[in-house]
Design a protein around this ligand. Structure first.
Ligand SMILES: [Zn+2]
Length: 90
């Protein structure tokens, strides 16, 4: 694996750019981007309307230096059904 991307609202996990449907409902951010070669990544948050003044707020990206908390999503990707693609997850 070189890269891992999780798009929470789409319930999609991408490994090396290949998307598969994985339940991401326990995650509270917008996206995770992880570069396994660099052992570095970040979490992205979606913009949200502030209830007080209606301005648009966006939390800054959060650096990630450990992918261990997301191993379950990598495992789920590897076993997710993926019609039309040869089963060569590794
Ligand atoms: Zn505001």
């Amino acid at each position: 694996m070189k890269t891992l991307t999780i798009i929470v609202q789409d319930n999609q996990v991408y490994i090396d750019g290949i998307p598969r449907a994985v339940d991401c409902s326990k995650l509270t951010f917008y996206a995770l981007q992880w570069d396994a070669m660099a052992s570095a990544g970040h979490i992205e948050y979606a913009p949200a309307r502030c209830p007080t003044c209606n301005c648009i707020n966006k939390k800054p990206n959060e650096p990630v230096n450990d992918v261990t908390p997301y191993q379950a999503y990598i495992a789920a990707w590897a076993t997710a059904p993926n019609p039309g693609e040869p089963n060569n997850a590794s």
